[in-house]
Design a protein around this ligand. Structure first.
Ligand SMILES: Cc1cc2nc3c(=O)[nH]c(=O)nc-3n(C[C@H](O)[C@H](O)[C@H](O)COP(=O)(O)OP(=O)(O)OC[C@H]3O[C@@H](n4cnc5c(N)ncnc54)[C@H](O)[C@@H]3O)c2cc1C
Length: 394
């Protein structure tokens, strides 16, 4: 038998849960949520080592790979302060790490529990794989492997394609295709980068991390990077991967100091600079410089050493969807209204969260986007429904 709703939300991840919870708090609509996993919020619960980096001390459109006006229109309606306030009012304690990243002090599970509590009365259908959707006579019809659903408002909150091991899929893009909506195919992002043969020296440094500044296109990112047996990773590289398609990236391994300050020393190069000795030895060998006392470097050797602050190379690729924290790409912003997240061409069809072509840098931006877009969408559905309710009473 077909199940009929006022609002049907596809996906019980961060955005779908927030949408259901916000709607439930404000309205008495009949709401359903369809989820492929056996439980809600799987990605949310494993993120940030189980403590979920939920937002950042600075949230501006510049931290997102997306059209800035669209992002700011959404964030203005429900931004960082609104999210922090919502969590505070609901007694979720956060901690600030490195002076900028907000993490849950106890567990990300607290967020799922809070949203599920606020969504009490919503019908959850777990273990249902969404297959297709279509519009017919005033209703959206959704087909799952367990049966049919019908709804007046349909919210696509099925996320990106990263981490298929916990239920992710590209169903959101296939649904968009069915509605003739434009989209950019998903690509792995916030992911480690693999290396070409010329940079294999970095693999020998597996386990070492250092503070760097990375330039990719016209973006500059400053954070830690990590050498791994597969290539390079760590926060700076993950954020850089969001902007890297192909071509060169440039790494400054000494972002906070002038190189010449260290070069009058009698110490060996490998110990004079504020970088690990293992790194310096591998780097010097790679650029063909002898590890000698700094004050004995020739002018041309000093010049070669300058590449320590601008080491440019083209990565081979990335570690793929199974390691990527997010998927770049998604449903085109041209298809959506920023004030409501509703489709411009299909009334009462909404897209929220990672399925939309908005991807944040590392640092809590993707959850902020998931929650902001969800609340904006939910408020609009609520407002539209109360208008039609009032109309029907007269
Ligand atoms: C390991 C990891 C760590 C991360 N850490 C952070 C972090 O610390 N901070 C941050 O901001 N972001 C982080 N992210 C990114 C963040 O998790 C996502 O951007 C966010 O969850 C997106 O929310 P969403 O609701 O759009 O999608 P999701 O949370 O992915 O929810 C989508 C839901 O749709 C369901 N679904 C998909 N396809 C189907 C189908 N065919 N049928 C039925 N159900 C389906 C999925 O099972 C899922 O529950 C991390 C991601 C990963 C993988």
């Amino acid at each position: 038998m077909k199940k009929i709703f006022d609002v049907l939300i596809l996906g019980a991840g961060a955005s779908g849960l927030m949408c259901a919870a916000t709607l439930r708090q404000n309205s008495s609509l009949r709401i359903g949520v369809i989820e492929g996993n056996a439980t809600a919020g799987k990605k949310l619960e494993i993120s940030g080592g189980g403590k979920c980096n939920i937002t950042n001390i600075t949230v501006t459109p510049e931290h997102f790979a997306a059209e800035p006006t669209f992002v700011s229109d959404v964030l203005e309606r429900f931004g960082k302060e609104d999210l922090l306030n919502f969590l505070h009012v609901n007694a979720i304690t956060l901690e600030l790490r490195k002076g900028r990243y907000y993490f849950c002090r106890h567990s990300a599970k607290e967020i799922t529990a809070l949203l599920l509590r606020d969504a009490q009365g919503v019908d959850f259908y777990y273990g249902h794989q969404i297959e297709s959707a279509a519009y017919e006579s005033g209703y959206y019809r959704v087909t799952t492997d367990q049966g049919l659903f019908s709804t007046r408002h349909l919210v696509i909150a099925t996320g990106g394609a990263s981490y298929r091991q916990i239920g992710a899929s590209d169903i959101g893009l296939r649904l968009a295709e069915g509605f003739q909506m434009r989209y950019t195919p998903f690509m792995p992002a916030l992911v480690g980068l693999s290396l070409q043969k010329e940079q294999f020296w970095m693999k020998t440094l597996s386990g070492i991390s250092c503070a760097v500044r990375i330039r990719v296109g016209n973006k500059t990112l400053e954070e830690e990077m990590l050498f791994t047996h597969r290539g390079i990773s760590g926060p700076a590289v993950l954020s850089a991967s969001l902007y890297w398609k192909k071509g060169e990236i440039c790494i400054n391994f000494l972002p906070h100091d002038a190189l010449h300050v260290f070069l009058d020393s009698k110490k060996l190069l490998s110990t004079a600079l504020p970088l690990s000795k293992r790194f310096m030895k591998a780097f010097l060998e790679h650029i063909g410089l002898e590890d000698k006392p700094c004050n004995r470097l020739s002018v041309s050797e000093r010049s070669i050493l300058k590449c320590l602050q601008s080491y440019c190379f083209a990565p081979a690729g990335n570690f793929g969807f199974s390691k990527a924290e997010v998927s770049r790409g998604g449903i085109s912003l041209d298809e959506l209204d920023a004030a409501t997240l509703m489709s411009r061409r299909h009334p009462k069809l909404y897209c929220i969260g990672e399925v939309v072509d908005v991807t944040g840098e590392l640092g809590g931006y993707n959850f902020q986007w998931a929650f902001s877009s969800a609340v904006v969408c939910a408020r609009h559905i609520d407002a539209m429904s109360s208008v039609s309710y009032k109309k029907s009473k007269h």
